[in-house]
Ligand binder design. Structure first.
Ligand SMILES: [Zn+2]
Length: 64
C-alpha cells in the first residue's frame, strides 16, 4: 500500500534516524531514533541483540 510513497513525502527528515545491523548476518534489525534501548531478535539468523541508540552512537551486544 505504500508503493506510492516517496522520500519527498517523508515529513520526518529532521529526525536523526539510525540503523542497527545484525552483528552476525548484517541484516538491518531496526531503524530508530536516539534513545532506543532494548533487545531485538534478528529475523534472518535468530540472534538476540541488545541495542542502545544514544548520542548518535549505536551500541550493540549479542545476548548470551
Ligand atoms: Zn542476523
Amino acid at each position: 500500500m505504500n508503493e506510492g510513497q516517496t522520500k519527498a513525502d517523508n515529513k520526518n527528515d529532521e529526525w536523526d534516524w539510525m540503523f542497527a545491523c545484525c552483528p552476525k548476518c548484517r541484516t538491518t534489525l531496526v531503524q530508530a531514533e536516539n534513545g532506543l534501548n532494548g533487545f531485538i531478535r534478528c529475523q534472518q539468523c535468530g540472534v538476540h541483540v541488545h541495542i542502545v541508540l544514544k548520542n548518535s552512537t549505536v551500541f550493540m551486544e549479542r545476548k548470551r
